[in-house]
Design a protein. Structure first.
Length: 87
């Protein structure tokens, strides 16, 4: 006997769990993409700013990415705590 490719009526809970996991994965993938893009852009802008200002030490190349990383870590902690608290 051949089986239908459609899930049984009783598989609803399993399907919801799969959807929740997929949604959670996409959420964290979006946050990680935001981190990578933000740090890359801040490094680029820091290098450009240091070339324009010509300081003796590449201060903007260090400070901008560091500032962005601190802000993004705060956002990641908030996003993780919202999920943990059930919000």
């Amino acid at each position: 006997m051949s089986r239908s490719p459609q899930p049984d009526e009783g598989g609803g809970a399993n399907e919801r769990q799969s959807d929740d996991r997929r949604r959670e994965l996409l959420r964290w993938a979006g946050l990680s993409t935001e981190v990578v893009a933000s740090v890359g852009i801040s490094v680029y802008l820091g290098v450009k700013g240091d070339k324009w200002l010509k300081p003796t030490f590449p201060i903007l190349s260090w400070l901008l990415p560091l500032l962005i990383i601190v802000v993004l870590l705060i956002n990641l902690i908030r996003a993780g705590s919202k999920k943990k608290n059930g919000k």
